[in-house]
Ligand binder design. Structure first.
Ligand SMILES: Nc1ncnc2c1ncn2[C@@H]1O[C@H](COP(=O)(O)OP(=O)(O)OP(=O)(O)O)[C@@H](O)[C@H]1O
Length: 249
């Protein structure tokens, strides 16, 4: 599903301030895997996600998505494979537009034919039905501006919009970092549910080791631009939360 073939990434290559953000990262992620990525600040986690998304290009190596070599494709050219949720709930939605209009825009952006086809009324009904999964009562507020919602509510809707399109890969880059514990928990459980329901392949970057322990079926630890641990499903299930804390000592 995702192949990262011997990828390295340097910033400011050849200059005195060159940074080797990733060195020889080689990894295969199977369809349906939910991979959690942990590591200290600056260890290369976001760069790794950016390389998969195409927001930054590798200095060396190849990125293959569903057997397509996308190494030199730009971010928007990869959007049919990839959806992304960022740390900041304000990214990804337009605050002055209503919830419904935001969903309409998202469906146009991703060209999900399933959503575009049908009248406005049918579209609204579909969005309502989807939003009710969140159990936040937002299905009755479709005409409310996105900006009037809390960060947690906005992030939940962003997550939902991003999984409703055709993309099969979901990248979650610290999606709960800006949220209070209750909203964070809601986002994590919602993401988990949606990943299973839509059969997505997902990558979650997090500093929350409790979440890293609870969610996903594989865990990677990055250090200084390299993968230093790759723990598969069965081993991950046997990990204690304390084991994860010990990785950082
Ligand atoms: N655009 C850039 N220009 C120069 N250096 C960069 C750039 N982006 C990242 N880096 C450097 O690459 C290294 C890896 O950064 P990255 O953001 O991938 O780490 P991270 O593990 O996501 O960190 P954090 O947990 O703090 O978000 C760091 O040394 C960082 O300073």
């Amino acid at each position: 599903m995702i192949n990262v073939n011997n990828v390295s990434k340097s910033f400011n290559k050849g200059n005195a301030n060159e940074v080797k953000a990733l060195t020889n990262v080689d990894l295969a992620i199977n369809a349906g895997e939910y991979v959690v990525v942990v590591g200290a600040n600056g260890s290369g986690k976001s760069t790794f996600l950016n390389l998969i998304a195409g927001s930054t290009l590798p200095t060396e190596g190849k990125i293959i998505l569903q057997n397509n070599d996308v190494t030199n494709l730009k971010e928007y050219e990869r959007s049919k494979w990839i959806s992304r949720v960022f740390q900041n709930p304000l990214i990804g939605t337009a605050p002055d537009l209503t919830i419904l209009t935001n969903f309409r825009l998202a469906s146009l952006r991703t060209q999900s034919k399933k959503l575009i086809i049908g009248t406005d009324k049918q579209f609204a009904e579909r969005v309502k039905e989807k939003i009710s999964i969140l159990k936040m009562g937002l299905e009755n507020k479709l005409d409310q501006p996105m900006g009037s919602l809390s960060g947690g509510q906005r992030q939940a809707l962003t997550l939902l919009m991003s999984v409703m399109d055709e993309a099969k890969i979901l990248l979650l880059d610290e999606p709960t970092a800006a949220l209070d514990p209750r909203s964070a928990n809601l986002i994590m459980t919602t993401a988990d549910k949606l990943i299973k329901e839509y059969g997505l392949t997902a990558l979650l970057v997090t500093h929350n080791l409790k979440d890293a322990h609870t969610y996903g079926n594989r865990i990677l630890q990055f250090a200084e631009g390299r993968i230093i641990r790759d723990v598969p499903t069965q081993e991950k299930q046997q990990l204690e939360l304390n084991d994860l804390f010990n990785w950082f000592e």
